[in-house]
Ligand binder design. Structure first.
Ligand code: GTP
Ligand code: MG
Length: 371
């Protein structure tokens, strides 16, 4: 029970050191120069599947379901704070208000293109006297923000005809890949699916242990080799095992890597290639995890990863911490890649299916303009 909180921050509103910092390479990855050859596999114990008993994780104060949960977790974001400051002053409907809105959007990492488009559309409508007051303008902005996200709010559908449905998680260091896998494992278990995890982060022994711990919590088998094993070979073993056991879903972890590390980036393509030897359509979902506190650099990360291995879905994590919130809009506008899930806390139930309306409602509550 206690182990559940081992890595947890004292308070969901208090930013963790990880959340406050941009992602940094882990020790193993940092030692590798860009474009370094992949570490050679060292002699290893036999690949192992660790079957585990179902452990009952503790549940303590999960965020409320639906919109209230999103609001309570996201209200600390720069987006929510600057807009609540702006509208609590009961502003006049004028160009100055539009300038302040533009600044707030830019500061919250919405990005120049999306911010300009949003504000110019509001300006046109303001000049056309479409808004009676600032509150009406706020409601229009809310609707525009939702409209920006609706095309990407496409939940992941696990195709049951794929046995197993293979989900490969990728992303830079420390963004929340392994934690997201743990949360997904719980979600899919609760949905009655059988699953297996592949410990594809072979750079650090601790990474394998971390995944095994999530496996134990959820009663899910974890396929692992050892530190420095070839990640593609772990993925291959895992898919073979998952096929022979007839499991529904296989989720593979990978080591965090910087998008600038060419050799490590090539390894991802290799993992996918090797999986395809066993199933021509695998991986069925390439889930890229983005740390919501990253800001505009997230755009670059997605672009570079997507060049190596087509990204089919995104997860934006740590939106409960010091995230500004706006990068979600920038990602939606730039790529149109479905945003599958949002991490609004560290517990399994805090990984939410991405909901455009709940997200905008949390950042910009309708009541703001009605003070
Ligand atoms: N507050 C908060 N913390 C999160 C969330 N998701 C992950 N974390 C925390 O982020 C930290 C890093 O998570 P990991 O899952 O280890 O990240 P990773 O991408 O697997 O890291 P590497 O394997 O080192 O690349 C952990 O302390 C997690 O608890 C979230 O949605 N909210
Ligand atoms: Mg990890």
């Amino acid at each position: 029970m206690v182990s559940w909180f081992r890595r947890k921050k004292p308070d969901a509103q208090t930013p963790s050191p990880e959340a406050a910092q941009p992602p940094v390479p882990n020790a193993a990855a940092a030692e590798l120069p860009p474009d370094a050859a992949l570490p050679a596999p060292s002699p290893l114990p036999e690949p192992g599947i660790v079957d585990v008993a179902v452990a009952e994780p503790a549940h303590a104060e999960p965020a409320a379901a639906g919109k209230p949960g999103w609001r309570e977790r996201l209200r600390g974001s720069a987006f929510a704070r600057s807009f609540s400051g702006l509208f609590s002053r009961n502003p006049k409907l004028d160009d100055e208000l539009l300038d302040e809105i533009e600044t707030a959007l830019l500061t919250a990492d919405v990005g120049v293109t999306a911010s300009t488009a949003l504000v110019e559309s509001l300006r046109k409508r303001m000049k056309a006297r479409e808004f009676a007051d600032a509150s009406a303008l706020l409601q229009a902005l809310r609707a525009d923000l939702v409209a920006l996200l609706v095309p990407v709010a496409k939940p992941l559908q696990i195709d049951a005809s794929k046995k197993p449905f293979v989900l490969l998680t990728i992303g830079v260091n420390g963004v929340g890949k392994t934690t997201t896998i743990g949360k997904l494992a719980r979600r899919y278990k609760d949905e009655g699916r059988s699953l297996m995890l592949a410990a594809g982060d072979t750079f650090r022994a601790a990474a394998v242990a971390q995944l095994q711990l999530w496996g134990e919590r959820n009663g899910v088998a974890v396929v692992a080799q050892g530190q420095n094993a070839d990640a593609a070979s772990v993925a291959f073993d895992a898919l073979q095992a998952a096929k022979s056991r007839g499991v529904d879903v296989l989720i593979a972890d990978t080591a965090g890597r910087l998008h600038t590390q060419g050799g490590l980036m090539d390894e991802l393509a290799k993992v996918a290639r090797v999986l395809r030897k066993l199933d021509a359509e695998a991986p069925h979902e390439v889930l890229m995890v983005i740390d919501g506190t990253t800001g505009q650099n997230a755009i670059n990360q997605v672009r570079k990863f997507n060049e190596k291995i087509p990204v089919t879905g995104l997860v934006v994590t740590k939106l409960d911490g010091t995230a500004k919130g706006g990068v979600v809009f920038a990602l939606a506008r730039e790529f149109g890649i479905p945003i599958r899930y949002a991490g609004i806390g560290e517990r399994p139930e805090d990984l939410r299916v991405f909901d455009a309306e709940a997200f905008v409602d949390a950042l910009l509550p309708a009541e703001l303009g009605r003070a």
